[in-house]
Structure formats: C-alpha cells, structure tokens
Ligand binder design. Structure first.
Ligand SMILES: [Zn+2]
Length: 401
C-alpha cells in the first residue's frame, strides 16, 4: 500500500536533506521537498527531532555463536582460538533457533535491516529465513588438511545448495566465505571461489586479523606454530599472504578485519576493487590492534562481528567504539564516514541495492530520534552518540519494529 511520510531531516546515503516527503510502497517512489509536494495522499508527520535513515547494514556477524558471553577467552588471539576449539561444539549446541532469533531482534532494534551472516555449519539457515531482515548468507569453507579437502568441499556444496533453495528468494542472498588464509587450503579456496564466480555470489574472507596470523603466514612461526603442531601436526602455513590475495584478483571480495595488513597490502586489495569490513570491538577484545582506516579509500563497512568476540550486536555500540578508537582526525568527518559505513558503503560491500534512499530502491528505512534539532554538520556525530534504538523500522515498505 502506498504511503507518505514527512521528515524534517533525512540521510539519503550520501548527504543530509531538510524537510522532505517520502512516498513509498515496497520501493521508494519519490523524495520531494515538502514545500513543493503536491500529491493528494495522507502524510504521516515525523517533523522536529526525527531523522530518516536508510535501513542500517551490518556486513559481518556469526549467529552460530549466539550464546557466548563469558566462555571464550579474550585479550590474545591465539588464546581465544584455543578457547574456540575447546568450546565450539557446546556453543553451537546451545545456539538454538530462539537464541539466534534474539540476535536478529537485537540487530533489528538498532535499525539493522540487512546483515551478512557467516554460517560455519548451516545451523542458522532456518532463523535467517524467519527473521524479517534481508540476509546475505555466507556459507563458510574451512579446512587446511589436503586429505580432507574433497569431503569438506562436498559438505560445503551441499550447504550452498540448501541456501539457494530458500523462499522468498530475494530475502536470502546465497554467498560464500573463505574462513582465512591460515585455515583454508588453497585448493579448497580455489574451488570455492570458482563457485562464487560462476554463480555471481558475494564472497568474503577474514584476513590478517592478528599478528600471530601474520607471523604464521610469513615465516610459519610465532604464536600459531604450537597451535598448528598440536591440532594439525603441521609446521608449515598453507598460504602466503600475496598468494592468498591473488586468489581473489578478479572477484570483488569483502575482506574482514585486515588489522595487521601493511599499507601496501591494503593498497593492493583496494586496487583490485575489494572492500573492507571493520569490527573495532572484536579487534580490541582479541588483542588485534586498530585498522588504519586512514589508509582505506574503498567502501568500508563497520560491522559487529558475532557474540564470539563482542558483547552486543547493536550497530550504534559499534559506531561509538569506532568513534573512540580512531582518535585522531576531524571528529565530525569521521562520524559522517561511519554513518556511510553502515548505509551506502556497507551496501557496496554486500552488493546490495539497499543502503540508500532513492527512487526505485527498496523502502528499507529507519527513523531515529535525537534530543533536539541539530545542524547538518554535526548530525552524524549526534546520531551516533545518542541513538540506542530505532524508533521505527520499515523493510520493503512494511513497518517491522
Ligand atoms: Zn568473523
């Protein structure tokens, strides 16, 4: 059903505009300055302190770790990895549909209308079908032992097939994920990337998250060496950094974390058209340092990661953490970039047509309320500082929350 709302301010994905009327059905039909609007239609009025945003996009989370709160060990990446190996089975058993749906609801409350879910086992597929949000469903491939590649690849293909057979089709976008350069054998990675290319699926990979990962990939040494000896009886990394990067040369990929990537590596992957997901709270909790976002010119998305390395999936908690972590540079400019990182830039990372308010784009919209009217040069900052939850959420024009 066609509807119209009047807002005193909106962000269209690129800039703030004052006093606009948005007419929409499941898609946006028009965005017009209020003083030149002439259609004969009832208008719901959200003037004063309300601001309309495109539905927020969280490009990277792990629902299958929904129940972790204090089980996994924080502070050091390799110690965290040991704790994941120890508790992974129990955590995945505990993460039933109810627990994972709670995560979806928590994201929705903060205005997230699209998210990217990394699925290790396929346990989250039913929840992703049920949740009102749009999901880019990243079937994850993992496995570094050559003799297991065939079995892992056939399990992976089955999960991809399952995620393709979902209805409604446009709500779940099947996608693929390579776990990381240290954990995926290049033969498996190549076969998985071929599938993504053939079916034109979005693709993502964790990349250079920790110093330990870097030491292992460069010299097969450092903190990861005893880990690989103990669990995989190997003393050699299966990938080197440049070789791994080149696997993705001709397919746009979302690289997650990149906290330990050099300026040259960041330059290389951006020159190839790739995008980057930045999870500042996860990086801090696992002792992985700060992503140098000042070296990033490609679309950057701020994302929550999962409960495996975070304490909430509220996108505004993540934006506030980003604001504090990147303490140099102009505050208002950073805030504006961060708002883009969960709207128009995040959409580019997931190859989604949402994330902007424009004619013929999906009517995925979020209303937030600020303490008072704020001038456009500081509205991004105050949106990040003062928003705990969305006042109203529309997905495809329907009021969802
Ligand atoms: Zn992750």
């Amino acid at each position: 059903m066609k509807r119209a709302i009047k807002v005193s301010k909106l962000f269209d994905g690129y800039e703030y505009k004052d006093d606009m009327i948005v007419v929409f059905d499941n898609k946006i039909e028009s965005i017009t300055p209020a003083d030149s609007f002439s259609q004969d239609i009832e208008i719901e009025d959200f003037s004063n302190e309300y601001i309309l945003y495109p539905g927020f996009i969280n490009t990277h989370t792990h629902l299958e770790f929904a129940t972790n709160r204090t089980t996994l060990k924080y502070g050091n990446f390799v110690e965290w990895l040991y704790s994941v190996i120890e508790h992974r089975g129990d955590l995945m058993n505990e993460a039933d549909d109810e627990a994972m749906m709670k995560c979806c609801k928590e994201m929705l409350n903060s205005g997230i209308t699209t998210f990217g879910a990394i699925s290790s086992m396929g346990l989250d597929l039913q929840v992703c079908k049920k949740t009102p949000q749009k999901v880019v469903y990243f079937n994850e491939a993992i496995g570094s032992v050559p003799s297991a590649v065939d079995a892992l690849f056939s399990d992976f293909k089955e999960r991809v097939t399952n995620s393709k057979c979902t209805t409604p089709k446009d709500k779940i976008t099947p996608a693929i994920a390579i776990h990381s350069p240290y954990s995926v054998h290049p033969i498996l990675a190549k076969r998985v990337i071929e599938i993504a290319k053939d079916l034109n699926m979005p693709i993502s990979t964790h990349f250079l998250e920790s110093k330990a990962e870097r030491d292992w990939l460069e010299n097969s040494s450092g903190e990861m060496a005893p880990f690989f000896k103990e669990f995989f009886n190997t003393d050699r990394a299966v990938n080197n950094i440049q070789g791994f990067l080149e696997l993705f040369d001709d397919t746009q990929t979302l690289f997650i974390h990149c906290t330990q990537a050099t300026q040259e590596e960041l330059q290389y992957l951006q020159n190839k058209g790739h995008t980057i997901a930045h999870c500042p709270r996860s990086n801090r909790l696992l002792g992985n340092g700060r992503l140098s976002i000042e070296n990033i010119f490609s679309p950057l998305s701020v994302a929550t990661d999962g409960y495996s390395s975070n304490w909430s999936l509220n996108i505004f908690d993540e934006l506030r953490a980003s604001l504090m972590m990147h303490s140099l540079g102009d505050l208002n400019k950073l805030a504006f970039r961060l708002i883009r990182s969960v709207t128009s830039d995040a959409a580019k990372c997931l190859r989604s047509d949402a994330g902007v308010l424009n004619i013929n784009r999906p009517a995925d919209m979020v209303l937030v309320k600020l303490p008072s009217k704020i001038p456009n040069d500081s509205v991004a900052l105050h949106t990040i500082l003062h928003t705990q939850k969305a006042e109203r959420v529309w997905i495809d024009g329907e009021v969802i929350n």
